[in-house]
Design a protein around this ligand. Structure first.
Ligand code: AMP
Ligand code: MG
Length: 485
């Protein structure tokens, strides 16, 4: 297959063809002295890009906003949203720009979205920039999530600079090229609903359905079917996060993709010590976006989304659609949790079995990821081999073994299976921190690449990287992250 050069990318800028009130055309504000920090061959492949292109000076020029990429038509997307439960009419792409949409040879379309690319009409009082630290977190986490099988945006590259960006302290600015089939959010619909622009809202719905939900048939039920689909995807996504032990951290409606993708990686966190109240966002004082609240918040957000469709989906039907969330969520969540326990069948006490295990993990302050990985070694034969010493665990393990024997589970087969669903490697905050410190303090980007490579294969043993699967050092578990980024 002929790979493409950067100037040969095939753009199909569908969003740009929407009416003017959907966006603001704006060019990125380029950095002085930009340089390549990281690039991702997997994402380049999605664009049919020749991997050698990453090493050309043009690559840095294009993705630091200094030179317009041929075929791109940069714009800032308009949206609003509920932030921490309060409607904010004034959001939009304040520091990211949709350069354009690239269609690959398979016909897949990818938004090229440059984050940290300068001020736009929607920047309010902010600088339009992103700091290196936050781009590294997003780059690594979105690729880790992809490898873990979670629907997510992707990351093509990080470009660094010596441009000073003021946060709690002075930091260096960076840009990250994010890729996604679409950046349409719940808040894109809210924006038109709350400003009474029903025509625009309908155009957005028609556009979103025809571009991204081709399976939805034309007809009077089309918008209702669309809502059902968004409810379904959101429920699946929330269930996947939960089973993985992932907390998004800022589930505002402007950070909710209508495609059911994980988007906008800010103060997220992978659970280490199991604690349902874990809230990674330093500014989230009341734990609104805690681990245990995520499904409730996803439901709440869907309520706001459904409400914004009131001019095209009657309220009663919309409420019914949103009402599907709880069933879909719990069905999917328990399915995943059964898989994590290596259970092949579904039995009525499985919910209780899972709940009791989580309670033990909480009491033991056990590492979420490693506990499930370790469970794959539990044999049905020897009752004396256990992960925790407590009586509660001994009792639980007895129930679990009985349950396994009941479905004639073979230890070796189950272990192999469980290791394909319980990752060994996740992006622990301490790991991200290490890569960040090296990059920021020493201008050494090798740890980003190393970590990315480990996280690309989260289920494989990679014994040489055992250290990367360990509980973070005391004091850095379940880290809380500043939302300044
Ligand atoms: P976030 O919490 O990152 O999803 O951001 C919420 C809103 O604030 C979005 O509209 C962003 O574009 C905007 N925003 C966040 N940081 C900045 C910044 N440094 N400059 C301009 N806009 C920003
Ligand atoms: Mg956002």
């Amino acid at each position: 297959m002929n790979l493409r050069k950067l100037h040969e990318l095939s753009f199909d800028n569908t969003y740009k063809r929407l009416p003017e009130d959907f966006y603001d055309p704006v060019s990125p504000a380029g950095f002085q002295n930009p340089h390549l920090v990281a690039f991702n061959l997997d994402a380049m492949e999605l664009l049919d890009l020749d991997p050698n292109e990453a090493l050309t000076p043009e690559f840095v020029e294009y993705f630091s906003g200094r030179k317009p990429l041929p075929g791109s038509e940069p714009l800032a997307m308009y949206y609003t949203g509920h932030q921490f439960g309060v409607y904010n009419p004034d959001i939009g792409d304040g520091r990211a720009i949709l350069l354009g949409e690239v269609r690959n040879r398979k016909g897949e379309k990818w938004d090229l979205h440059l984050k940290g690319s300068g001020r736009t009409r929607y920047s309010r009082v902010f600088d339009g920039r992103a700091v290196l630290r936050s781009t590294i977190r997003e780059y690594l986490c979105s690729e880790a999530m992809y490898a873990l099988g979670i629907p997510t945006t992707r990351a093509l590259c990080i470009i660094g600079s010596d441009e000073k960006v003021e946060r709690e302290s002075t930091e260096r600015g960076a840009m990250m090229l994010r890729m996604s089939p679409s950046h349409v959010r719940f808040g894109s619909f809210e924006a038109f609903h709350y400003t009474g622009r029903e025509d625009s809202l309908k155009i957005l719905a028609d556009y979103t359905i025809s571009e991204y939900f081709p399976e939805i048939k034309e007809g009077e039920k089309k918008y209702r079917d669309f809502l059902y689909e968004v409810v379904d995807r959101t429920a699946v996504l929330a269930a996947l996060w939960q089973a993985l032990g992932f907390t998004h951290g800022v589930m505002n409606t402007d950070n909710m993709s209508v495609l059911g993708l994980t988007i906008d990686y800010g103060p997220f966190g992978f659970m280490e010590e199991y604690d349902p109240g874990y809230t990674p966002n330093h500014s989230d004082h009341f734990g609104r976006y805690s681990f245990e609240n995520q499904s409730g918040i996803a439901f709440w957000n869907l309520g706001k989304f459904a409400n914004s469709l009131v001019s095209i989906v009657p309220s009663e039907e919309a409420m019914q659609a949103v009402g599907e969330f709880k069933n879909t969520y719990s069905q999917y969540y328990f399915e995943r949790m059964r898989e994590k326990l290596g259970l092949k069948t579904s039995q009525k006490n499985d919910g209780e079995l899972i709940k009791r295990l989580l309670q033990i993990m909480q009491d033991e302050k056990a590492d979420y990821t490693n506990t499930f990985r370790a469970l794959s070694d539990l044999s049905t034969g020897d009752e004396n081999i256990n992960i925790f010493k407590s009586e509660a665990f001994r009792e639980w393990a007895h129930l679990y073994r009985t349950r396994l024997k009941d479905e004639h589970s073979a230890d070796n087969e189950r272990k192999i299976y469980m290791e394909t669903v319980n990752p060994k490697f996740v992006l622990r905050n301490s790991l991200a921190e290490k890569a960040i410190r090296k990059a920021v303090d020493e201008h050494d980007y090798s740890e980003i690449e190393r970590l990315h490579n480990i996280l690309r294969n989260p289920y494989s043993e990679q014994p040489e990287y055992d250290e990367y699967s360990k509980f973070s050092p005391e004091g850095t578990k379940n880290l809380v992250i500043s939302c300044s980024s």
